[in-house]
Design a binder for this molecule. Structure first.
Ligand code: B12
Ligand code: SF4
Ligand code: SF4
Length: 397
């Protein structure tokens, strides 16, 4: 027979099922968000997936949930006090986001799109704690795999692009959770799938979706633009004018097309010329909400140099000439590549002049490849590794 303690627990659980969850649904509805509930049971399939991606290199050196797969896939380890995870999926498109594949900044990072998510989660957490329960807001946090909890809570379905989708907004949603000790009824999983659609797979400019639901983060532009170091030369042309993020597999996704089509299209938010002309302090303010390794603006400028190489023309050479003399070899490398892309006799001359004084072997290799590319009208030979090699000195003549 359950003792009085058990009875009071039961009464409490009953009260929060009846009173609390409907008010959470009302809060989510008022923000046009989808909501559901799951428990803290482990996600063994996710642990296997993450471990196998790390083992095969598909994680592309990213840390996030890949750093501690066991922790990320076992929420109870991080939240031993909790009983439920309340999960929301919040649409984030806004006016100006209309169809266009030529954006320099992906929509999720064009302005602080997480503001709405933070405020919705804070309101939900406040309601839960006002009812006497503990509540902790969690999103983009390495202790929880946002997509996995959202799938299990029935808020979304899992797409072949690896994005998760809701009816209506498609992939244009951000995910977040409130972890709580309130015992809430778990909501059931969604039965939807992508069916025969596979539009996102050929739409990816770098073939990063290597099979349904499997992403090679080494090739994903969104990941490439967030990493440290030199950008793989074989991916630079496909990056196009992008400086941060990539929306191509989302734009191609039929379930999200209506949401996109209903919006006007605004001009491009951030031009590479602007990025390359600002001081660190000025740039920092513009990109405050981006993930940038160690908050070093050199990585944003590196991306802008590639974008300018792909979108610029002869007048852009004056700005690039400054970067050929930059004290940072990383920036000189990408400036050389951009000059080679723009091509023409002035571009070749600038690279030859820089080559005469350049001492860094990696930059010298880039300059050799750039000189050869500028002769071919801005076309790099595959990844131009041959031309980058020190023994191909004749390319610089
Ligand atoms: C690391 C990370 C990245 C990495 C790696 C992404 C990846 N696919 O793994 C990079 C930098 C590339 C990235 C890019 C983007 N990201 Co991101 N990212 C994360 C982060 C921090 C962890 C993701 C993770 O754990 N991956 C591990 C692996 C195992 O998970 P997965 O590939 O997502 O696995 C899912 C599918 O593959 C699917 N699946 C597995 N097998 C199969 C098989 C089939 C047949 C099918 C159909 C599906 C399927 O199941 C898994 C769901 O559990 C989360 C935040 C968080 N803490 O969860 C945000 C998050 C996933 N990112 C988000 C966003 C918005 C993006 C971008 C759209 C941003 C942009 N515009 O540039 C792109 C989208 C690129 C893409 N196609 O995924 C959102 C996703 C929202 C959504 N609707 O899905 C999240 C949830 C952030 C948030 N709080 O909203 N991201
Ligand atoms: S975000 Fe871009 S690069 Fe990454 S998988 Fe989608 S389309 Fe490909
Ligand atoms: S484009 Fe098609 S296959 Fe890819 S995620 Fe969207 S619905 Fe699924």
């Amino acid at each position: 027979m359950p003792g009085p303690k058990h009875l009071s627990q039961f009464a409490c659980a009953y009260r929060c099922q009846v009173d609390l969850y409907p008010s959470l649904v009302t809060i989510a509805d008022s923000a046009s968000a989808a909501i559901g509930v799951t428990d803290l049971a482990p996600f063994p399939d996710e642990a296997v997936r993450i471990r196998s991606r790390v083992a095969s290199g598909l994680h592309g050196g990213l840390s996030f949930t890949y750093a501690h797969p066991e922790t990320a896939s076992s929420p109870r380890e991080s939240f031993p006090w909790a009983a439920s995870i309340v999960v929301v999926a919040l649409p984030y498109l806004r006016e100006g986001d209309g169809p266009s594949d030529r954006r320099s900044v992906a929509r999720f990072a064009d302005g602080d799109r997480y503001e709405g998510l933070r405020s919705l989660l804070a309101t939900l957490a406040l309601k839960i704690s006002d009812d006497g329960y503990r509540a902790e807001v969690v999103f983009d946090d390495n202790r929880i795999i946002d997509r996995a909890v959202a799938i299990r809570a029935g808020v979304v379905w899992s797409g072949k692009s690896t994005m998760v989708l809701t009816p209506g907004a498609g992939p244009w949603i951000l995910l977040g959770s409130v972890v709580t000790d309130a015992e809430l009824v778990k909501t059931g999983q969604m039965r939807r799938t992508c069916g025969t659609c596979d539009a996102c797979i050929p739409a990816c400019p770098t073939d990063a979706i290597i099979a349904p639901g499997i992403l090679d983060a080494r090739r994903c532009i969104s990941a490439v633009l967030q990493r440290r170091g030199v950008i793989d030369p074989g991916l630079r042309t496909a990056i196009g004018g992008r400086i941060y993020g990539c929306d191509e597999c989302l734009t191609a996704c039929p379930p999200g097309k209506q949401a996109l089509a209903s919006l006007e299209r605004a001009g491009d938010g951030l031009r590479p010329e602007v990025v390359l002309s600002l001081s660190d302090g000025e740039l920092e303010v513009l990109v405050e909400h981006w993930y940038i390794p160690s908050r070093r603006m050199r990585f944003v400028r590196r991306n802008a140099l590639v974008a300018l190489g792909n979108t610029g023309s002869e007048p852009s050479l004056a700005l690039l000439e400054r970067y050929l003399c930059d004290p940072d070899a990383l920036l000189r490398c990408h400036a050389a590549w951009a000059v080679g892309r723009i091509a023409g006799s002035r571009a070749a001359e600038m690279c030859r002049a820089a080559y005469d004084t350049e001492r860094d072997e990696e930059v010298r290799g880039e300059l050799r490849a750039a000189i050869a590319a500028s002769r071919r009208g801005g076309v790099y030979a595959d990844d131009a590794q041959e031309e980058r090699r020190p023994d191909s000195e004749e390319n610089a003549r």
